[in-house]
Ligand binder design. Structure first.
Ligand code: EPS
Length: 409
């Protein structure tokens, strides 16, 4: 079982993640972890915090001489902004008057949409800062660091991960016909990582208008995985179904309000004949064809999952994000100190963070799929797992007629 836990506050010393369950013998590319962290920081619509931070993960354990050794991997992403927040966020009681004088004022006006009100009441905290610091999406930097390692594990088995932005503030692209290649070919400097450059410009203008109005906008993204083996996940129990596990992982990303697999909610409005992906024979096979059996699916409305298990098609998972809840032109709220109506707190924040959420979703999907992969092909070292993958393929070829390439061609 692959699992992870994060710790850390948005303006605390840093974010920590412990990732456990990866096999020994995985070569770690440190630059690639930094690259994923940089991607999360980007995207049009981000606020000033991202100009302060240049996220990098320090690997504290579990890796030696560039390879995993089987123990828990601990990562630390330091907050550069900590130097401005030491007095406010320090762990020790602020004894001296000078420390107290430098503390930021108490937050007492909860922002509608954030964890502020329910969190303050749940934990009985008089300063909403105690809630918002941990509820902040800053925590997702730790997930991206862990996800970058899970992704490197998947890459050993030729599984690739990509994402793209499919909507901003109601401006949408129809993403059903977009391929993994289209998404992978989006230039790294595209402001919103949308495949349609013209629509992307309209999306950029939408973010500009929201910023000018002191407002925020949400949107949607899609994560696509290519190269998955058939049979990850399990329909035998509710909590083993991969679609369910993915939905929880995506929903756990701050501000996500809905998840779709394949064509998602659109499937509920179409007849079965237009939803289900037919199964056809693929008679010609060549050496580059690595599929285990000679059948093909002309469409992929199911998004690569049938019965909660992977079917060998691209895995396609969408997430729908609400607008960020910190508004520069604040909504009505109540001051919990005075119990009078007052505008919600205004904190530095983003106008739109959909491209960042897509990168976080790539990380979460990588972690969930790596877990499902280990469940099927498990072993304590990369070598052992590779053998299990080969054995599984050989077994299938001996079972199903026409699966060996020589027979099918
Ligand atoms: C974030 C860091 C935060 C916010 C944002 C995400 O930095 P700060 O609060 O110092 O400006 O930019 O957090 C939220 C949107 C939120 O609701 O808390 C980050 O690193 O992603």
């Amino acid at each position: 079982m692959l699992r992870f836990l994060t710790a850390g506050e948005s303006h605390g010393q840093g974010l920590v993640v412990i990732l456990e369950g990866l096999p020994a013998g995985l070569t770690i590319d440190f630059d690639s972890i930094t690259h994923q962290l940089r991607r999360r920081q980007g995207g049009y619509g981000r606020g000033q915090r991202m100009a302060i931070e240049s996220d990098r993960a320090e690997v504290l354990s579990g890796v030696r001489d560039g390879e995993t050794i089987g123990g828990p991997i601990a990562l630390l992403v330091r907050n550069k902004d900590w130097t401005n927040w030491k007095e406010t966020m320090g762990a020790e009681a602020a004894a001296s008057e000078s420390v107290q004088a430098n503390r930021k004022p108490r937050v007492s006006r909860p922002r509608p949409g954030h964890a502020d009100l329910a969190g303050a009441l749940k934990f009985n905290r008089m300063d909403i800062r105690d809630v918002l610091e941990r509820a902040s999406a800053r925590e997702t930097a730790a997930r991206v660091a862990a996800g970058a390692i899970a992704r490197q594990f998947l890459e050993v088995f030729n599984i690739e991960v990509a994402s793209h932005v499919t909507a901003i503030g109601g401006i949408k692209i129809s993403f059903e016909t977009i391929s993994f290649e289209d998404v992978r070919n989006i230039p790294a400097d595209a402001p919103l990582r949308c495949v349609d450059r013209d629509i992307e410009q309209v999306m950029v203008k939408c973010i500009d208008s929201a910023r000018a109005a002191g407002d925020t906008v949400g949107g949607a993204f899609e994560v696509i995985l290519r190269g998955l083996p058939i049979g990850l996940g399990n329909y035998a129990q509710w909590d083993r179904k991969l679609d369910g596990r993915l939905a929880q992982a995506i929903m756990s990303i701050p501000a996500i309000k809905a998840v779709g697999i394949g064509i998602g909610s659109a499937a509920s409005g179409l007849p079965g004949s237009q939803v289900h992906d037919e199964i056809v024979l693929r008679p010609t096979r060549d050496e580059t064809d690595d599929s285990p059996i000679p059948v093909a699916r002309p469409t992929n409305n199911a998004g690569g999952l049938e019965g909660g298990i992977t079917n060998g098609e691209d895995l396609r998972v969408s997430g729908y994000m609400k607008p960020i809840s910190t508004l520069m032109k604040p909504l009505r709220s109540v001051d919990l100190q005075t119990m009078t109506e007052a505008p919600a707190t205004v904190e530095r924040s983003d106008v739109c963070a959909v491209p960042a959420a897509a990168v976080v979703a790539e990380a979460m999907v990588s972690l969930i799929v790596a877990d499902a992969f280990l469940e099927k092909f498990g072993g304590d070292s990369v070598g052992e797992i590779s053998r299990h993958v080969i054995a599984s393929k050989e077994l299938r070829q001996s079972r199903f007629p026409g699966t060996a390439k020589t027979e099918a061609t």
